[in-house]
Structure formats: C-alpha cells, structure tokens
Design a protein around this ligand. Structure first.
Ligand SMILES: [Zn+2]
Length: 306
C-alpha cells in the first residue's frame, strides 16, 4: 500500500523553494511523490551573478536542465513538465503577454493536470494558495488550474481521452494543501533567533509591513507542520541546482541552517479541501487518510469537511 503525494508548481525552482524537504522526506519514507511543473520559466532573469550570461533564447533549455538536477536531488518519483510559457511577473493582470500561461484558457492546462491525476492517483495534492502566495500571475494560475484539474479528474462525465492519462478511471484527491512558506510564526521565530545570536535579520521589512496590516488580523497559522530538518540538505541541493536563479550566497541561505533546524524545523501547509476531519496541528499530510479504502473506491471516501 503506497502513499501518493503530488505537487503542482508554476516554474522550475518553485519545487526547490516550496516543500522540497517535505517531498524528500516522503520519498525516503516510501511514498510516491510526483511533480508537475506548469511553465518553462523562460521569463526568468539570471539572479545569480556567478551564473554568467545566459541569452534569453537559451533560458528555457537551461532551466529545464536545472529542474532535472533539482528533481534528482529531491528524489521525486516522477516529474511532468506541461510546457506552458512563463508569463513573467506583472502587477497588472492586463500586462500579462498573450500566449503565456497566465493567458491560457483555464481548462487547457486543467485537462492535462486531470489526466496526470487519473494516472498517478495521488491521495494528497499540494498547490498554492488562491492568491498565489505572492501575486505572480503564474502562481495564481497554478492554484486555479490545480483546483479545476481535480474537479475534472473526479468527474466521470469529463471527456479527457485526448489528455495523457485522461482515459483512466476518475480519481478524487482526498486532501488538498497550499504551501505556506512564510507563515508569521516561522518568520517571527527565525527573526528573534537571528537577533538573539547577534545576526542581521532579513525579515525586518516583512515585519514592518505586517505591523501596518495588523488591524486586518490575518491568521496564517498553518494546519500542518512537517518536521523535515533532516531533509533541509536535500532542499538546499535542489536550490543550488537552479544555478541561474539561486545565488548560493544570497537570501535563500541567509539563515544559518543549524539555527533553522533548532528553532523552526518544519515546512508548513494550510488545508484547502479535505474529505477527512483535520486539526490545525497535523504532523503528516496523510493524517486521517485510509489509503486502502481510497484505492479501492477511486479516492471517493468520506464527506467533504471543507
Ligand atoms: Zn514561481
């Protein structure tokens, strides 16, 4: 009986910066962990001064290769690239260029995702929050097409025969999470620990902005905290594999790993939808899931709790 987990990410490098240590932990514990990457990341600028010059037209190929290296570092069981064109970051949705992922009719990528879901039959899916986590059009789109893809995957009337895997029987995902990479509790914990050690905190500005929004009383307490300190090194190897995007002397590595391990050794998630009851204290993304029952019933067991 194999637990199956599937991540949907927007760009090459998102799989390294969101949930990589969780994925590596589940792989090592015998789960099948699948990755879907929606775009080629070709709109990305070179963010690592040590990566040298990469011409724009070579970017898609470079980032695809970097993705393969990161996938190997994390140990994903399987990886799919949907091949949509990176929209680039645009604050105004009207500026998103034609022909990019952000402008694609929603059902197109959703059908591809639905086919993969029917083929892979994951019990748990991880995507982004509704607002994308940060407002990159591809991250917002990632949430939308993952949610729509799951609807299509479980719908016996959805005609998906032309989508790879779409001819497989319908499959309902039991639990859906959004990655939460900077919940307040994590930022505050790391910030205080850095100051206590006499180090500079990269979170000063973040906390200022949060102070300004305090009256909105945002509750971003995670529902699930996955202890994965022993897999931080695999996450770091995946980050470093993205040579064009990640500066090994940059922000991603600013918090000393021993400090992170001893103060916030988790990756965090919020529940978007669950067929099983859950508490906001989960330590396992599969908590409450009866794998054998789901596998026997096409994923359709229990009632929708949220
Ligand atoms: Zn991204």
């Amino acid at each position: 009986m194999t637990r199956r987990l599937l991540f949907v990410h927007a760009h090459p490098d998102d799989e390294a910066s969101k949930g990589a240590a969780t994925a590596a932990r589940y792989v090592d514990e015998g789960a099948e962990v699948t990755l879907i990457t929606c775009t080629g990341g070709e709109a990305g600028d070179v963010l690592n001064p040590k990566a040298g010059d990469i011409p724009k037209e070579a970017m898609a190929e470079v980032r695809s290769k970097e993705l393969q290296d990161a996938v190997a570092a994390i140990g994903f069981t399987r990886s799919y690239q949907l091949g949509y064109v990176d929209s680039g970051y645009h604050e105004d949705p009207d500026d998103v260029p034609e022909g990019t992922f952000g402008r694609t009719p929603i059902d197109e990528p959703s059908r591809l995702i639905a086919g993969i879901l029917r083929r892979e039959r994951p019990h748990v899916v991880v995507t982004y929050p509704e607002d994308g986590g940060y407002p990159h059009p591809d991250h917002i789109m990632n949430h939308t097409v993952t949610m729509r893809g799951m609807e299509l995957a479980e719908d016996p009337d959805a005609e998906l025969d032309d989508a790879p895997g779409g001819d497989q029987p319908p499959w309902r995902v039991a639990k859906v999470y959004a990655s939460s990479i900077f919940p307040s509790e994590r930022v505050l914990t790391l910030h205080e620990a850095l100051l206590e050690r006499g180090l500079e905190s990269p979170y000063e500005k973040w906390l200022e902005r949060r102070g300004q929004r305090a009256e909105e009383a945002i509750d971003d307490t995670p529902d699930a905290r996955i202890a994965c300190a022993d897999w931080f090194s695999r996450r770091d190897a995946a980050l470093i594999a993205h040579v064009s995007q990640i500066d090994p002397d940059g922000g991603w590595f600013q918090v000393p790993r021993d400090l992170e391990r001893s103060t916030y050794p988790y990756e965090s998630y919020v529940v978007l939808r669950s067929d099983v009851p859950f508490e906001r204290t989960e330590e396992d993304l599969f908590e409450g899931i009866d794998i054998a029952a789901l596998d026997a019933a096409g994923g359709r067991v229990g009632s929708t709790a949220r």
